[in-house]
Design a protein around this ligand. Structure first.
Ligand code: ACO
Length: 361
């Protein structure tokens, strides 16, 4: 038995490769360096979905814009009961209203859903009315516009685009595996995506970046980092943004996102000194983890600089996981389609270690 299915190969995929020793991510034949900051999310969707849908248009922008407009109709279901929930729970509940199905239109609506619904939830929780999508904008620019109520700068839209591309797919991570298991039962795309959202929301997976802001705020200044981090470890807490099941070196997405934060530049949205402060905390955390956890190589993962980037884009930390879902949903859909195209029902075995029935004397 492999605890946590570590090292188990459970699917063949053409979608992405995570090389945990080299710290390299390949998305459908293209390196992350080649895509992050260079390709639009719509183009990466095309890259991931090519061959998995009939008649896939080369430019997915207009169809995705139309899908954002279509799913906006469901925003009327956002009542006060849902606004009292966390953004990911409210977004998931609205996404669950979309009909199941396996075709391109449903797939595009599922990609549009986390973007449109998160924007409505964030605004609703701030007491503001939802903003109708503008199908003519890029997905990234429209997300920011729907949240802020005004057009973002090019720098902001580019930074979010870089983020969405960077997290679009990542091998058989927990949420993608969940989506593939559901797809393997032929339950449909919407069910697979809802499973992905549900798996993503946990703090060991996509729920990490919100608490990273709490950590940075709790530390406050570089000179407090060591003591704060040691206390956290002594309490048995994990340091959010560090460690990975597959990477034994630095997660390559961390640097792609750090670069994106740097490109945004101080004085725009990044608070003066914020990046340097985060770097100081990162160095302190890595040094302490090396001392306290010598048996395990723990390095920076994608979530650390995700937190900084999404903070600079003024997303509330409570909604960071929803923004992760906005990018990863493209990968979930591709994996669900790939599973449907060739995979069998995923049904592993368990090892029974419970009591046996008493044998009559
Ligand atoms: N802080 C402190 N200790 C850690 C951390 C961490 N961030 N990560 C792992 N460890 C320790 C564990 O306590 C354990 O130590 P022990 O052997 O002394 O008990 C050892 O490293 C191995 O931990 P596992 O839980 O077996 O490692 P696993 O591969 O299952 O965990 C995970 C990977 C969940 C990402 C883990 O590193 C973690 O909890 N990190 C913090 C949360 C986080 O950043 N999540 C985002 C991951 S990236 C993503 O999903 C997109």
């Amino acid at each position: 038995m492999s605890d946590g299915l570590e090292d188990v190969v459970a699917a063949e995929t053409v979608l992405s490769e995570v090389d945990g020793q080299a710290g390299r991510l390949i998305i459908r034949g293209r390196s992350l360096d080649d895509l992050a900051g260079r390709a639009a999310y719509e183009d990466v969707l095309h890259l991931l979905w090519d061959g998995f849908f009939a008649d896939l248009p080369k430019d997915l922008g207009p169809a995705l814009g139309a899908a954002r407009a279509a799913v906006f109709a469901e925003v009327t279901a956002l009542d006060t009961g849902l606004l009292d929930r966390t953004p990911i729970e409210a977004m998931r509940a609205l996404t669950a209203r979309l009909a199941d199905g396996d075709e391109l239109e449903v797939a595009l609506r599922l990609v549009a859903a986390p973007a449109v619904f998160t924007a409505a939830v964030v605004r609703g929780q701030a007491g503001e009315a939802p903003v109708r999508p503008d199908p003519t904008l890029s997905h990234a620019a429209d997300i920011l516009r729907m949240i802020k109520g005004k057009a973002p700068s090019k720098g902001e839209a580019d930074a979010l685009d870089t983020y969405l591309v960077t997290v679009s797919d990542h091998g058989l991570n927990a949420s993608t595996f969940a989506a593939r298991v559901i797809a393997s039962t032929r339950a449909g795309l919407a069910s697979a995506v809802l499973g992905g959202i549900s798996a993503l929301k946990g703090p060991l997976h996509g729920g990490a970046p919100g608490p990273i802001i709490d950590m940075l705020d709790g530390i406050g200044a570089p000179e407090n980092a060591r003591a704060w981090l040691e206390d956290a470890l002594a309490r048995g807490d994990r340091l959010m943004g560090f460690g990975h099941r597959v990477y034994r070196v630095r997660d390559p997405r961390a640097d792609a996102l750090k670069k994106a934060v740097r490109r945004m530049g101080e004085g725009s949205n990044v608070l003066p000194g914020r990046l340097e402060f985060a770097e100081a905390v990162e160095q302190a955390a890595l040094a302490i983890l090396r001392e306290k956890k010598p048996n395990r190589t723990l390095d920076t993962n994608v979530e650390f600089y995700t937190a900084l980037l999404l903070e600079a884009l003024a997303f509330p930390p409570t909604a960071f996981t929803c923004v992760f879902a906005m990018g990863r949903v493209g990968g979930w859909v591709a994996h669900a389609r790939e599973q449907l195209a060739g995979g069998r029902l995923i049904r592993p075995q368990s090892l029974y270690v419970g009591p046996m029935p008493k044998v009559a004397a």
